[in-house]
Design a protein around this ligand. Structure first.
Ligand code: GCB
Length: 635
């Protein structure tokens, strides 16, 4: 057994081992590869790119909720339609109805239910919800004035995982996926005055979901990012994609939505650069710009993250965005930022704020606290936002603070690679992620997944995701965190990246835990040899060791701060020997919650591979990495 297979089998059990083909049965009959529809067909009808910069009514705050583990609000016994007395989304005043007739009864009442502050995952809200994994209904009321010809939309920045949305008792849409935004038009269902909104949020993951049921992070069910009611003119700017090219041009594509979308002038301005241009939309409502970048343009870099306010106007609709301009490319074994080689001094991050009871509630200040530790504390220039799209607040802050970003979708471990439903969900997620964030200068890499077994079905699945990302955004690089095969040759470890998916990637990335998982020792790490069949840059996308902050036994054993620091020293020494290494993103900035980690002394529900404890206490390894990056940066 190779080191990879031993470690993987240890962590994931026999199902994954069979998937890897190690059980000896999987390879016999390969099912046909899944058909691929055009990526344009997966685009949501309404995107509302940049919605975060539009005015709106924030529905954050107090909501009532009702737990529904057996989904009685959706279906009754034997699969019948749910009984009205259990349908939480109805537009009725339960208490008033009960008062009208002594034979009327309900098995819910949202108005008299318990309260929860949204956004924020439910596991942090109440002890009884700590590990709740299922359906919860949420409800609140909001006011709306007359629309006067405008359109109204509900914008959800993220809800985990499957969401049904009802307004005044009518279903307005549903969405699958816990980390990308979605928007439903509610123009026709809104009432003047008081309106009711009900959400059915189901956190359950299973054989068709992305990610799959077992991951190494917390459930974090519920509404984790803001919900807003947004109004626009009848024809509005639904999407825009503005980028800078190596030829020194600014290209922009703007998509209008509405009855007057075709043949409409769109004005693009960047006042600080004295740039103003007009293009007219085609029959599909799309306008294209191809402009020479003004000489005064300062390119965005992590050291000087210059942002410009770009303005778009189409009829009555206007939208602004703060944007940076830069190029990113790969040449041979190097990554080039604005034509110059760059070494990615990074770290991985989960979407989890500091504190002993995090709720994945990422606001500007909670995100800034994490990113400041990367930028200033670690002397970093790069974050891997693992393993799913993080809040737009975070990616925008990376633009502002000067941090390069790896953005990923949770195609993680054993997702259903041969399953058409899973394929569709993953491709939609990739689409929603790329279309949300392709105006962010900070983002340089789209990752199509993490630690997945190489099979024909998986190569097709993830290869298609790579093609999709490139089709929607040819201006960024594609990668994936790969498993590596390790074996000892003449007593020295040899790590080989022989994954066929590499053909679809610009950057190879490897997760390497030599001397943490498996039987290798710290002294095996520095001489480890890295081999790849192609000449592309490599990132160590993960390496790490658990350490409990404050634990200092004399023998520097596992779980001690000393072991973690020694592990970092050994892996960094190894990194220095790899000529095609273009960057690092060790695992991980901060200890994070996960039901997979239950050692009663050291873990207690936390993965302890953070360089910081959950409350932000720096462990010894923090300084090891910080010093290494300072030297790399030439500071
Ligand atoms: C990995 C996974 C990450 C885990 C980490 C660990 O390779 O990508 O999600 O949390 O290892 O701690 O084992």
């Amino acid at each position: 057994m190779t080191t990879t297979s031993r470690r993987t089998a240890l962590r994931l059990g026999t199902a994954f081992t069979a998937l890897l083909g190690l059980g000896g049965t999987a390879a016999a009959q390969e099912p046909p590869l899944l058909p691929v529809s055009p990526v344009t067909a997966l685009r949501p009808d309404i995107l509302m790119t940049g919605a975060i910069n539009r005015d709106g009514v924030d529905l954050s705050g107090d909501w009532t909720y009702s737990k529904d583990l057996y989904q009685t609000g959706k279906t009754d016994i034997l699969g019948w339609a749910a009984a009205p007395r259990a349908q939480r989304f109805r537009d009725v005043n339960v208490e008033a109805e009960e008062g009208k007739n002594k034979y009327t009864f309900f098995e819910y009442d949202m108005d008299r239910g318990p309260h929860m502050t949204l956004p924020g995952a439910w596991n942090a809200a109440e002890p009884e919800l700590r590990y709740y994994d299922g359906l919860i209904w949420f409800q609140r009321f909001f006011e709306s004035g007359p629309l006067n010809g405008q359109r109204a939309f509900l914008r959800f920045e993220a809800v985990n995982y499957l969401t049904e949305v009802y307004v005044n008792g009518q279903k307005v849409g549903s969405h699958e996926g816990g980390f990308t935004p979605f928007t439903f038009e509610v123009t026709k269902v809104l009432r003047e005055g008081k309106n009711q909104i009900t959400l059915g949020v189901d956190s359950t993951h299973g054989e068709h979901t992305v990610p799959p049921k077992v991951t190494d992070w917390d459930i974090y069910g519920g509404v984790t990012r803001p919900i807003r009611l947004i109004r626009t003119p009848a024809t509005y700017i639904d999407d825009f994609y503005i980028r800078y090219t190596e030829a020194g041009r600014i290209l922009a594509t703007v998509q209008l939505n509405g009855p007057d979308a075709a043949g409409k002038p769109v004005v693009l301005t960047i006042a600080a650069l004295k740039l103003k241009a007009t293009a007219t939309t085609d029959i599909s409502g799309q306008a294209q710009f191809d402009l020479k970048a003004p000489k005064a343009l300062k390119l965005w870099t992590p050291d000087a993250p210059t942002l410009y306010e770009a303005g778009l106007t189409a009829g009555e609709d206007t939208l602004t965005d703060r944007m940076g301009f830069r190029t990113i490319a790969v040449k041979g074994m190097q990554v080039l930022l604005n034509g110059q080689p760059v070494f990615l001094r990074g770290i991985c991050l989960h979407e989890e704020e500091f504190g002993s009871n995090p709720a994945r509630r990422i606001m500007t200040e909670t995100a800034r606290a994490l990113l400041t530790e990367v930028k200033t504390g670690l002397n970093g220039n790069f974050v891997r936002l693992s393993h799913y799209p993080h809040s737009e607040v975070t990616t925008r802050l990376c633009d502002e603070m000067g941090l390069l970003v790896w953005s990923e979708i949770p195609v993680y471990w054993a997702v259903g690679f041969g399953d058409a439903k899973t394929f569709d969900v993953a491709r939609r997620m990739m689409t929603e992620n790329v279309l949300r964030d392709r105006n962010r200068a900070s983002i340089i890499i789209w990752s199509v997944g993490n630690e997945t077994p190489s099979t024909p079905a998986r190569n097709h699945f993830m290869g298609t995701l790579a093609d999709d990302a490139r089709a929607m955004d040819p201006s960024r690089l594609i990668s994936a965190a790969l498993l590596v095969h390790k074996k000892k040759v003449d007593g020295v470890l040899e790590a080989t990246i022989d994954d066929p998916l590499v053909a679809k990637l610009d950057i190879m990335s490897a997760n390497t835990y030599t001397a943490w998982y498996g039987n290798d020792r710290l002294e095996d790490v520095p001489p480890q040899r890295w081999k790849a069949p192609v000449s592309k840059p490599l990132i160590f996308s993960e390496f790490g060791a658990d350490a409990l902050a404050g634990y200092h036994p004399d023998d520097r054993r596992k779980y001690s701060e000393e072991f973690q620091a020694d592990f970092y020293r050994a892996t960094l020494a190894n990194a220095d020997t790899v000529p095609f290494l273009a960057g690092l993103s060790p695992w991980i900035l901060k200890d994070f919650q996960t039901p997979r980690r239950e050692h009663p002394v050291y873990q207690k529900g936390w993965n302890r591979k953070g360089l910081l404890s959950e409350t932000g206490v720096r462990k010894q390894a923090f300084a090891v990495l910080s010093d290494y990056y300072r030297a790399k940066a030439g500071k």
